[in-house]
Design a protein around this ligand. Structure first.
Ligand SMILES: [Zn+2]
Length: 275
């Protein structure tokens, strides 16, 4: 009975900070603490992920003049994986060995709770207590390993500064939002998407003008609960992304890297456009 109860707790355990109801039309950043089969959940990690995401949400708000992403009201979900902590970095998944960690993390996430690349409604932030790889992000999904979790509670002995690990997550989340490394990437560059996350977060690192412009068009960014694009009235999915009708009357085409590729207006039903 004890075992069953424990398992139930592990599987259902959702740390709900549900102050706000879920708005089906809103786009959210969702977070998961993925506990490997050979590990026990550490509540300290859950708390650290929660405060890290709030910290990063606030950092983006300061950078973007009040705009930032929504954190899903369900808070950090704690979910048990059915693979061990060594699985992620050691199980072949494509030619690039450095990508095995994130690809395996996405594979497991997708199968167990639906977290994945290219999810039109969510950006996924997964912390896995897995070993021997570095966090990565892109196309709506980021996964960070056990070393980052230790970092968030000040116990990663390669770097005891917690802000280095929060900054690292802010950088990976930037990738999940479709940001890339700056082309003028040099070792001394303090930009978040260059190397600013390492020792300049939060005060001395920044988003570039181009990155701010890109995020200002992202459907994931809101100010005081309102999207810069207005409310979504209709949404149509296509293989490469989706189309949205916003309350300003325009249709927007989104590609899965979260950037807008086209904005257009509906021609009236009985228009002469095709004559
Ligand atoms: Zn990067």
């Amino acid at each position: 009975m004890k075992t069953i109860l424990l398992l139930l707790v592990l599987f259902i355990s959702t740390y709900s900070q549900a102050q706000n109801p879920i708005d089906e039309k809103k786009m959210y950043v969702r977070s998961v603490y993925l506990v490997s089969k050979d590990k026990l959940p550490n509540p300290e990690f859950t708390g650290a992920i929660n405060s890290t995401l709030k910290n990063i949400q606030n950092w983006y708000r300061l950078q973007l003049d009040g705009y930032t992403f929504n954190l899903h009201p369900e808070g950090v979900r704690v979910i048990k994986a059915d693979v061990d902590s060594t699985y992620f970095s050691t199980t072949p998944n494509g030619n690039d060995k450095d990508a095995w960690g994130i690809l395996n993390c996405e594979k497991i996430s997708k199968r167990i709770f639906g977290g994945r690349f290219l999810d039109p409604n969510s950006i996924w932030v997964v912390y896995s207590d897995s070993t021997d790889w570095g966090g990565q992000g892109g196309s709506g999904f980021t996964c960070m390993p056990g070393g980052d979790l230790l970092g968030l509670i000040g116990k990663n002995h390669t770097n005891l500064n917690i802000e280095r690990w929060i900054g690292g997550a802010a950088h990976e989340i930037g990738h999940a939002f479709g940001l890339t490394h700056p082309t003028n990437n040099v070792q001394t560059n303090k930009a978040l998407m260059a190397f600013g996350w390492h020792s300049d977060y939060p005060e001395n690192t920044f988003l570039s003008k181009e990155e701010k412009d890109q995020l200002a068009k992202s459907p994931f960014f809101y100010k005081d609960g309102v999207s810069i694009l207005g409310k979504v009235l209709e949404k149509l999915y296509v293989p490469e992304g989706w189309f949205e009708l916003r309350e300003n009357g325009h249709w927007y085409e989104f590609k899965y890297n979260n950037s807008i590729s086209f904005v257009f207006s509906k021609v009236s039903e009985n228009s002469n456009a095709f004559r």
